[in-house]
Write a protein that binds this ligand. Structure first.
Ligand SMILES: [Zn+2]
Length: 322
């Protein structure tokens, strides 16, 4: 199981910017202390890889810094060559984590989860959609035919849903806050919307109902798990009320369920906006620790051959209230 860090590729931000960039270096330091031999630097995603999920004109405009002011405001970062390099490395890290997952069962990107990036625009601190790019990379290289994206960031994976569309080979499950950004939501294959203030018990019950359905419907060769830290009660943007222990239970359930189904999983950190950066780092670090512990006990045999429960021509769109 390999762990990819991109915090050396710093994205320069003006003083007071609300994106918690510092979390990545602190997280890498803690993870490296626990698992120094597993740390790797990922390659940058190439134009060819990005173009499987993004408009080539958008990739070109990001690369050359020719996006207009409105498009950059929508992303929320100032343009710089370093921003481009960081966005490519972070996407490359999810691709690399998928390779690790397919080889060893698990792989981790200590950044990524940029799920608001659409086909031809970025939004909400997301430039390129790492999960969509990585899923398509594994498919293009014939390393995986069917991919499940489990998006448990508190915000809906709207960019991923829009990019994937009705592609029956990539199943998107998004469990998110009903009243949260993005206010115009896209249709994932499976969306579950939660009310403000949802706590550990209701959240975990919802997850335990939704994930088995996603697994049965998608029968994946690979899962990409967006383990957002922003359902945390102390998150400034999250509106939900999970405890740190509840988030550990969430991660353990997801990784156990995927392991039990013999599905390799690449994990991306996704969002986290708690007032205290140490809280965000605690939550992300706990996710990595759950993965490391799970990896050592995983590799259980698949119980029965898997076949998708939904015909590929007519994907279901499950929408259940939280
Ligand atoms: Zn989020």
């Amino acid at each position: 199981m390999l762990i990819y860090a991109t915090d050396h590729f710093v994205l320069p931000l003006p003083p007071g910017h609300r994106f918690p960039m510092a979390k990545y270096a602190r997280l890498r330091e803690r993870v490296a202390a626990m698992a120094p031999d597993r740390m790797r630097e990922p390659p940058a995603a190439t134009d060819e890889e990005l173009a499987r999920a993004h408009d080539p004109a958008y990739i070109e405009a990001v690369t050359t810094g020719t996006l207009d002011e409105r498009a950059m405001r929508r992303i929320g970062f100032p343009w710089s060559p370093a921003m481009v390099e960081r966005s490519r490395r972070s996407t490359g890290a999810t691709i690399a984590a998928c390779r690790s997952a397919l080889a060893h069962g698990f792989g981790v990107n200590l950044a990524g989860g940029t799920h608001h990036a659409h086909h031809d625009f970025g939004e909400g601190f997301c430039v390129f959609n790492d999960a969509a790019v990585a899923a398509r990379a594994m498919q293009a290289e014939r390393l995986a035919a069917r991919v499940l994206i489990v998006d448990l960031d508190v915000h809906q994976g709207d960019g991923t849903a829009a990019i994937v569309g009705d592609d029956p080979t990539i199943h998107t499950l998004s469990i998110h806050g009903r009243n949260n950004f993005p206010f115009r939501k896209e249709a994932s294959r499976q969306d579950v919307e939660l009310d403000d203030g949802t706590g550990d018990g209701a959240y975990l019950a919802t997850l335990r109902a939704a994930l088995p359905l996603a697994l049965a419907a998608s029968c994946p060769d690979l899962a990409i798990y967006l383990a957002g830290a922003d359902p945390y009660v102390g998150d400034r943007l999250g509106r939900l009320a999970l405890s740190k222990a509840g988030l550990v239970s969430r991660d353990a359930y997801v990784l156990d369920a995927l392991s039990a189904a013999d599905v390799p999983v690449a994990i991306a950190m996704a969002g986290g906006y708690a007032e205290n950066i140490d809280d965000i780092v605690d939550i992300h670090f706990a996710t990595v620790r759950v993965a490391l512990n799970g990896w050592s006990t995983a590799h259980r045999a698949r119980l029965s051959p898997c076949s998708p429960t939904t015909p590929s021509s007519s994907p279901t769109r499950a929408r259940s209230p939280g």
